[in-house]
Design a protein. Structure first.
Length: 262
């Protein structure tokens, strides 16, 4: 990987952090205005609060992602409840921690503002999933526009190398950095996540799967799962990639545009 000159120091910091955490990652850049315009109005207002007076000088959004280790994805049961699910839950906490520390360091490097990976524990603190929207700023919007991945049928960002087994954070910066986006991928004929999850199929019938998903996760936590996660759709996505379908359907030029840390 040979990053453009203006991105070198950012990629260097990301690489150092990925090495420190023993994780693989991907980084992309989108024009700030494109991300700001694409956010839900309530999240645009949250971004205004977080950036304060610096908002008008912002030029770029840096999307970073770490990939789940393979064994964490394989610990997700495709049916029933299994104690191994907590291996995935532990990886979720660790990826969030790694992303938050990495995003903080990248923000220092580019004199920017970072949005942490997630608000852990929020599923049980809101009455409806909509209550969550104003509390943070979507990482998925920045990731799509930065070319890190496309919005999959599961609603998750799907990266051409790691499928949807990634977690995201975003850094906003006044530096004009070269864009690596937008995403050109799509799920094509794949429907693996829909086959794995009845709640995603319910979305097709007009139900809001995100609210159903939130309630399902709360039920899992009541059984002993130690994070706001489920991940069956993630495992299904990874297994679909294993089948080789995506390799034959995605544009090879786009796949190489974001910057990978292996
Ligand atoms: S996290 Fe679980 S419940 Fe939620 S959409 Fe994915 S598979 Fe379905
Ligand atoms: S499982 Fe298939 S359809 Fe679902 S998000 Fe992944 S690639 Fe898209």
């Amino acid at each position: 990987m040979n990053p453009p000159r203006r991105l070198r120091s950012v990629v260097e910091v990301f690489g150092e952090e990925a090495g420190r955490w023993g994780l693989r990652g991907v980084l992309g850049v989108a024009p700030f205005d494109d991300v700001y315009r694409a956010l839900m109005p309530i999240q645009g207002r949250r971004l205004e609060e977080l950036c304060g007076d610096a908002l008008t000088s912002m030029r770029s959004a840096i999307s970073i992602a770490y990939a789940y280790p393979r064994e964490a994805v394989e610990a997700i049961p495709l049916q029933g409840y299994r104690e191994s699910w907590n291996i995935y839950a532990e990886a979720y906490h660790r990826l969030n921690e790694a992303l938050n520390e990495t995003a903080e360091r990248v923000a220092e490097e580019v004199e920017g503002v970072y949005i942490p990976a997630t608000l852990e524990g929020i599923a049980g603190e809101v009455d409806r999933v909509e209550d969550y929207y104003g509390a943070t700023v979507s990482h998925r919007v920045a990731a799509e526009l930065a070319g890190v991945g496309w919005r999959g049928r599961s609603g998750l960002i799907v990266n051409p190398r790691y499928a949807s087994a990634i977690r995201l954070a975003t850094i906003y910066t006044p530096r004009p950095l070269p864009s690596t986006g937008p995403s050109e991928g799509s799920c094509g004929g794949c429907r693996a996540c829909l086959e794995a999850c009845p709640l995603l199929r319910a979305e097709r019938l007009g139900e809001d799967y995100r609210e159903l998903c939130r309630r399902y996760i709360l039920a899992l936590e009541a059984r002993g799962l130690e994070a706001d996660v489920c991940g069956r759709c993630v495992r299904a996505c990874v297994e679909s990639f294993d089948s080789g379908y995506m390799g034959s359907h995605l544009n090879p030029a786009w796949i190489e545009r974001p910057l990978y840390i292996d």
